[in-house]
Design a protein around this ligand. Structure first.
Ligand code: BGC
Length: 743
């Protein structure tokens, strides 16, 4: 998609549109028809949906969001086309984050597969379902780097690392968009939130981010760059202040970085109301100023609930603050996107076909496979896999084990609870006729202290009934455990405790869950802790006292079936952590690619009251198989500055079970123009290794892997220096080699 000059149709439309119609194209409205259900306002003023429909009828809206019913998208599309003078279709955007009807594991879980194929396939199913109902643009993937798990939106991204994050970003863009914008059954992808949103101060969602230039270039921008190289048609600007300038009014960010350095050619949308918010930031004087400064910074489309700032731009055009050519540039980008999608020729969807697409059984299979691939076995002292033949009774404990709403996780709107497989369902089906599966919640659902922002969608999931007898239910769970061969204890955060506007100041298991886990463990029955979360939680007690811990995230529609397969050994865990797992909230922010200053001996002793090492390193994850690494070989001890070495290592599956290993290569530059991380992920590959076999892995380490943005010279650079290489199964990999780069 190029925006320099549009197609004949686009240029003809541009020549015909009035200024108001142009500004309409630059406006995206939330449409709350499904939420307000036709309610009237008390004073008879138009409701939000009536306002939006009024705008549609006069060419005053270029896009809508939050419509996911095919009859509604068709109805509103018809209004747009017939109501305006030029018959321009609208874009329908939506937050399709991990599936539309078929819900896949949450994004952080998909990242934990370290597998581009699984990720691409998952998002292509999501795209197919979305397009079938008339959605043609998704506000995904979220590619924000997150190193502070207090920030609830960590769940929407790929974790801490720019290389892994870049792979996950590109795979999602390919999944959503297919071969390119306009591919059948695909949609436009909108990587977000540009940029630095994940570095919110204190992990408090929406708070300012202060990020050094070297972190921006080396860490925060690369996943966006990969998404852009994969063809992303849209980028969403972030809400927050970045180094003192709001991202949505930041010309350096939206123009110099995004367009000039990263080569983005699609259209930029604001976050919800983030242009109007330029006033809230104490940056813009009023709404006209907000609109003018966002537009001049590089914003193409404003997402708003009502009274968009872009609607006030006539005054700014008249007094010369905004050049009409700048407006045309944005309109051109948006019309070009509509044309590329094929909307001018085929604006409507087949309402009958939609049901068939949403019900496609192949989608459920893909969701189960993704859930199996994403679970991370954190610890296993010989308990897993369970031997079904030796089981008479399995006690499943914990409120989320039977909660369909929690199984599918946050950021979903069109799910089907009836077809969702919970962990209790999954184990009962898998063990049918072989073992009894009992269920006790043990503790009540922990109520949030403050209402969730998703309560407006009626989406908080189950609460325990008012007459819930906590003591009796606790005792019930413990006695179930005592009478069973194994206790599967499902704990974590209920789905609305994480996500947007859901930061936490603690990483402890909420409510009484730890006490429940301790009481169950005291029965002497072997315990498997199944963790549902989208961030690391404080597992210090569990890691010492519970023999098996499986992180299953929020695994989606088929989650329970996948987890039963994993627990019973029909599937082998192969997920790996996409972030460093801290011991306690006091260690955050934490990640593996840190630099070192001062005495290395002090490295493990930074805190007076706690070790400074993580509980589980970045990249960690166990398997029912076992892998060993041979010596690391480097093709040359010395290469020139643009040269490349090939790093080889043999990985052997020493067990009698097939399994997949994620082989990870970490690099360290010993000296150079700036300090470099002690270890940084530089290459990886997920590889299936059959029982008893060896696979030779090869990684190319060239200039691309050694290049970095140096704060000392304020530019990209390659240093002549010596590099350490480690290859292994996590960030503590020990198989080592080295090579030198000469000038
Ligand atoms: C979020 C975005 C989302 C948008 C539309 C905002 O509050 O930050 O990620 O795409 O709402 O739902």
């Amino acid at each position: 998609m190029t925006s320099e000059i549009g197609s004949e149709r686009v240029e003809r439309l541009l020549a015909e549109l009035t200024l108001e119609e142009k500004l309409g194209q630059l406006t995206q409205y939330f449409y709350f028809g499904a939420i307000d259900g036709g309610a009237e306002t008390a004073d008879g003023a138009p409701t939000q949906p009536q306002l939006v429909e009024g705008a549609l009828a006069t060419g005053g809206a270029g896009a809508l969001l939050f419509v996911n019913d095919p009859a509604e998208t068709n109805r509103l599309q018809r209004q747009a086309i017939e109501g305006s003078r030029h018959g321009i279709p609208v874009l329908f955007g939506f937050d399709v984050i991990h599936g539309l009807r078929t819900i896949f594991p949450v994004p952080i879980a998909l990242a934990a597969t370290w597998d581009a194929d699984v990720i691409e396939r998952s998002q292509s199913v999501a795209a197919r379902e979305a397009r079938a109902v008339g959605i043609n643009w998704v506000f995904a993937p979220m590619v924000d780097i997150a190193r502070d798990p207090r920030w609830g939106r960590m769940i929407e991204g790929a974790g801490e690392d720019p290389l892994l994050g870049g792979m996950v970003a590109a795979a999602q863009v390919r999944g959503f968009q297919g071969e390119g914008i306009g591919s059948a059954e695909h949609v436009i992808a909108g990587p977000k939130h540009f940029a630095g949103y994940g570095a919110a101060l204190g992990g408090r969602d929406y708070d300012e981010a202060n990020i050094s230039d070297q972190e921006l270039w080396n860490t925060y921008f690369p996943p966006f760059h990969e998404a852009i190289k994969a063809g992303a048609g849209n980028i969403m600007a972030a809400y927050q202040d970045l180094n003192g300038v709001p991202a949505s009014g930041n010309r350096w960010l939206l123009h110099e970085v995004l367009r000039e350095a990263l080569g983005f050619e699609g259209f930029v949308v604001s976050d919800a109301n983030s242009v109007r918010d330029l006033e809230t930031h104490h940056f813009a004087a009023d709404l006209t100023d907000a609109g003018a400064r966002a537009l001049n910074a590089g914003m193409d489309m404003e997402m708003a609930i009502f009274d968009p700032a872009f609607g006030h731009l006539r005054a700014a055009v008249e007094d010369g603050r905004v050049d009409i050519a700048r407006i045309d540039e944005s309109v051109r980008r948006i019309l070009t996107a509509k044309e590329a999608l094929g909307l001018f020729d085929a604006p409507f969807v087949d309402e009958d076909a939609a049901a068939t697409v949403l019900g496609d059984p192949a989608h459920r299979v893909a969701a189960r496979e993704a859930a199996e691939a994403s679970a991370v076995l954190l610890r296993n002292e010989g308990v897993l896999p369970l031997d079904a033949a030796a089981l008479n009774r399995v006690a499943v404990i914990g409120p989320m084990a039977a909660s369909a709403r929690d199984t599918i996780g946050p950021w979903v709107f069109d799910y089907d609870l009836d077809e969702t497989v919970t962990i209790v369902d999954g184990l009962r089906t898998a063990l049918d006729g072989r073992a009894e599966v009992t269920y006790a919640s043990g503790v009540p659902f922990d109520r949030r202290e403050f209402p969730s922002m998703f309560e407006m969608f009626g989406d908080s999931g189950p609460f325990s009934p008012e007459d819930f007898d906590a003591d009796a239910e606790f005792a019930h769970a413990v006695s179930d455990a005592a009478a069973a061969d194994v206790a599967v204890v499902v704990l974590g955060e209920r789905q609305d405790m994480i996500g947007e506007n859901a930061s936490r100041s603690s990483l402890e298991l909420p409510g009484d869950q730890l006490r429940l886990l301790q009481a169950v463990a005291e029965t002497g029955t072997p315990v498997v802790l199944v963790l549902m979360s989208g961030r690391p939680l404080d597992l210090r007690w569990a890691d010492e006292n519970v023999p098996a811990i499986l992180e299953v995230w929020y695994p989606g529609t088929q989650g329970g079936a996948a987890i039963a397969n994993l627990l019973l050994g029909a599937a082998t865990p192969a997920g790996r952590l996409p972030f460093t797992w801290p011991r306690t909230v006091g260690q955050v922010p934490i990640h593996h690619a840190v630099t070192r200053s001062h005495d290395p001996q002090a490295q493990g002793r930074r805190y007076w009251d706690e070790q400074s090492t993580p509980l589980y390193p970045f990249g960690h994850g166990l398997s029912y198989a076992a892998f060993s690494y041979g010596a690391v070989a480097v093709s040359a001890g010395e290469v020139g500055i643009d040269g490349e070495v090939v790093v080889s290592v043999d990985v052997t599956n020493t067990s009698d079970r097939d399994g997949a290993e994620v082989v990870q290569l970490y690099l360290h530059q010993r000296y150079g123009s700036a300090s470099r991380p002690l270890r940084q992920l530089a290459a990886f590959e997920r590889v299936e290794v059959p029982a008893g076999q060896t696979r030779r892995m090869q990684f190319r380490i060239g200039a691309e892997q050694r290049r970095y943005w140096s704060a000392a010279i304020r530019d990209w650079t390659l240093d002549a220096t010596t590099f350490d290489v480690w290859v292994g199964g996590d960030a503590t990999a020990s198989a080592h080699a080295e090579f030198t780069v000469t000038a």
